[in-house]
Design a protein around this ligand. Structure first.
Ligand code: PHE
Length: 341
């Protein structure tokens, strides 16, 4: 029996020293210390020993058990440490590997042009306003002096929501003039960029949705000279020092007198070329002195206050700024196109 115990001890120590995983460890524990294990099997023979031998063998068996238990705990610690190390190695992050750079977008070219415009006007003390694209016919037309029957009110030009022409998609940013007059204290200096809608077929220069910027100043003693001076300053900043402009008489219901402003062609310098269709000039915007009746309808006394307004298309501005020759490119949002700016 003494030899049996020694053999168990020796074998268990050797096996536990070489153990490699927790499953194997558990197997060995059951094999040596379990109820049906080798040590228990030996202890069952105790009954056949003499009374003198029994305590000695009992003591020896206990020593063997204690030794195996100790070795088992040691082996368990080692197995766990190895498992942790393996896990850490498998999950290690190599911080020296070059990262995957996320693709960064950028502003749309038209908004680049818009932001430039805004900066120029903010620098001159203008407030930037935002207004609804779904507008009242009253503000888009009536309050802007466009009488019933005015051609711009025609159903072939305008998107109405109802038969009574009360609600519509705004066809211009000019109703923002009225909204500013109704809500802002005088004097007013404001610009209002935004989308407008007209029933136009899509082609290289037309779209049923496009963008305008409205501008308006109301103060005491404001004249056409202020309008020309302001717009000339803006054009110099946008297209460079020395850019020439010209003002042609025109008609708008809400301005009197009204004009259109042309810029000398940047391509040919006024000689005439395909870009300006041989004209030497490119039309940029509509403008004029605010009609006294429009001021009156807003409760502003035209004897005391005067003002001017302008409105122009943002796409056209961006197209000229970035030399884009087809309006559709601006709205298609083809990344291959937009990436160029
Ligand atoms: N709203 C006019 C248009 O869309 C432009 C304009 C604005 C003209 C302000 C005069 C004053 O054509």
């Amino acid at each position: 029996m003494r030899e049996q115990l020694a053999k168990i001890r020796e074998e268990a120590m050797a096996k536990l020293s070489a153990v490699s995983g927790s499953a194997e460890l558990e197997e060995l524990r059951v094999r040596y210390l379990g109820k049906k294990g080798e040590l228990t099997a030996v202890l069952k023979q105790m009954g056949s020993l003499s009374a003198a031998e029994r305590p000695e063998m009992g003591k020896l068996a206990n020593e063997v058990r204690a030794a195996i238990e100790e070795k088992l705990a040691e082996a368990r610690t080692e197995v766990e440490a190895k498992a942790l190390e393996r896990k850490l190695r498998a999950e290690a992050v190599d911080v020296t590997v070059p990262g995957r750079a996320p693709r960064l977008g950028h502003r749309h070219p038209m908004y680049v042009a818009l932001d430039e415009m805004k900066d120029i006007f903010i620098g001159m003390g203008f407030t930037v306003l935002d207004g609804p694209e779904i507008e009242l016919g009253e503000l888009n037309f009536d309050r802007l002096n466009a009488e019933p029957g005015h051609p711009s009110r025609d159903w072939s030009d305008t998107f109405y929501f109802d038969r009574d022409e009360r609600v519509m998609l705004r066809s211009q940013t000019s109703p923002m003039q009225v909204r500013a007059m109704d809500t802002m204290p005088l004097p007013i200096r404001m610009v209002a960029p935004g989308r407008v809608y007209r029933k136009d077929e899509v082609d290289a220069t037309h779209s049923p949705m496009f963008h305008q910027i409205e501008g308006m100043v109301i103060d005491k003693g404001v004249t056409m000279a202020d309008l020309k001076g302001t717009l000339n300053t803006v054009v110099q900043q946008l297209y460079g020092e020395g850019t020439k402009t010209r003002f042609r008489p025109h008609h708008f219901p809400f301005t009197e007198p009204s004009c259109e402003m042309d810029v000398q062609c940047h391509k040919c310098g006024g000689a005439g070329c395909p870009t300006c269709k041989g004209e030497g000039w490119i039309e940029l915007l509509g403008a004029g002195m605010i009609h006294p009746h429009v001021l009156e309808m807003a409760g502003i006394d035209p004897e005391v206050w005067s003002g001017w307004a302008f409105g122009f298309g943002l796409e056209r501005l961006a197209m000229r700024r970035f030399r884009i020759d087809d309006l559709r490119l601006i709205f298609e949002n083809d990344v291959r196109f937009l990436e160029q700016f």
